[in-house]
Design a binder for this molecule. Structure first.
Ligand code: ADP
Length: 409
């Protein structure tokens, strides 16, 4: 089955077409600057990357262009839209309503919309993307895969905030956690690689990218995670502040004469390692600057490691032990120095890094020594593949259910 996987942001749209039988990516790309001017990138194995400007006033035009490009007689991968048998959408916030992936019926989409208050930056663009696809592919089944779903197994003591309980009752104010598709994919892959059942493992997944989150996965289930009500919480990130004393926001607003929204924009876009260093949110730039003697870049890197170490350490306590610490996403997969700096704090648990094995970029690998008491690993995440697999499972199930209904008529 050919599955189109879509990940919609406010001004961007990432896409992949995956053949679910072989799990090969047939084509992939990105629409950027939607609503501004519009740039489409298209990649297919065996050809040079194609990039061109095209007007994309709305997401609908972006989806139209993607479909047109996929059907291009020379470089396309399908002849007609019908060849796309299902679309899998990355959905950000499903609130408490979605503990697993689901078919995006009109009723489901209304429920997703009711979660918009919880993710005003992320959910509306996703829904715009879904509706654009529905308009252009009205008979193709659409599946939503939620970033929050995997964390719905957290116990109440892990998700309740220390604020009046009625806010939870009235507004579902609680920790939700994000990157769930990645944490689920990586933790399952760890079990596969080690030849064990997820139920037999205590895993800490460090998804360290532009946005970073860490999850304690006990017996295959998320039991705690670092991001909170929104993806702003947890470890410090590229531009996000992560966990802070809430008074910081009020203090900044007062001193800098900012509105609450402006102060929150600082926390989201000008903080994290960018804010500390004043150099960049990209770890490659920070490492270069630090190597050239930039002390604030060095401080930013050390602060990042410190928050990761604190979180991993707390999850060892939450699970009363750990079998595997695994790194994924841009920094986790590529930054050998950050991995080494984090792991050296866990010598007390018997973690021994194999420096040769750690010298790896973006490849599945055990990076601890054979006699290490805790296994350290690198497992590249693949959220698109996880979305594709869920989509196929749900669409196939639906087809089976309909066939049964037909027989029973
Ligand atoms: P996103 O959250 O946008 O999906 P990614 O997981 O792609 O982010 O991570 C992007 C980040 O990964 C970059 O900003 C950079 O900090 C980091 N990164 C990517 N490649 C490297 C590398 N070779 N060495 C160190 N850091 C890297």
């Amino acid at each position: 089955m050919k599955v189109l996987v879509i990940n919609c942001g406010s001004s961007s749209l990432k896409y992949q077409v995956i053949d679910s039988d072989t799990e090969n990516v047939l084509a992939k790309g990105l629409c950027e600057r939607i609503g501004i001017d519009g740039v489409l990138t298209y990649q297919k194995p065996g050809i040079d990357k194609i990039k061109f400007e095209a007007p994309m006033p709305k997401h609908r035009q972006a989806v139209e262009l993607v479909l047109k490009q996929l059907m291009d007689p020379e470089v396309g991968v399908i002849k007609s839209i019908d060849e796309i048998q299902a679309v899998g959408h990355r959905m950000v916030h499903g609130g408490e309503k979605f503990a697993c992936s689901t078919l995006l019926t009109d009723e489901v989409l209304q429920t997703v919309e009711s979660c918009n208050d919880l993710a005003p930056l992320h959910n509306p663009p996703t829904l715009v993307g879904v509706n654009a696809c529905k308009e252009l592919m009205p008979t193709t089944p659409m599946v939503g895969v939620f970033d929050t779903a995997f964390h719905q197994t957290m116990p109440a003591e892990a998700y309740i905030y220390g604020v009046p309980y009625e806010y939870y009752e009235k507004y579902t104010l609680r920790r939700f956690g994000f990157h769930g598709t990645s944490h689920r994919f990586v933790s399952q892959r760890v079990a596969e690689i080690l030849g064990k059942k997820p139920e037999d493992l205590k895993i800490i997944v460090c998804h360290l990218g532009n946005g970073s989150s860490i999850t304690a996965v006990d017996h295959g289930k998320s039991v705690d995670t670092s991001m909170g009500l929104t993806p702003l919480g947890g470890v410090i990130m590229g531009t996000r502040c992560g966990d802070i004393d809430p008074t910081v926001v009020e203090y900044v607003a007062q001193k800098e004469d900012l509105s609450l929204e402006e102060a929150m924009a600082v926390m989201n876009k000008k903080s994290g390692v960018l804010g500390i260093s004043g150099v960049s949110s990209d770890f490659r730039d920070l490492e270069e600057a630090a190597a050239n003697g930039n002390e604030r870049a060095d401080l930013a890197l050390k602060t990042f490691v410190h928050t990761v170490v604190k979180t991993v350490g707390s999850y060892v306590a939450v699970m009363n032990g750990v079998d595997v610490i695994v790194f994924t996403a841009g920094i986790g997969e590529n930054d050998t120095a950050i991995r080494a700096s984090v792991l050296e704090h866990f010598g007390y648990l018997g973690v021994t890094l194999d420096p040769v094995a750690n010298d790896v970029h973006g490849k599945e690998r055990i990076i601890s020594t054979k006699d290490s008491k805790v296994t350290a690993m690198v497992v590249p995440t693949n959220e698109e593949l996880a979305i594709c697999r869920d989509t196929v499972e749900i669409v196939t199930k639906k087809v089976v259910e309909e066939a049964v209904k037909e027989v029973l008529k």
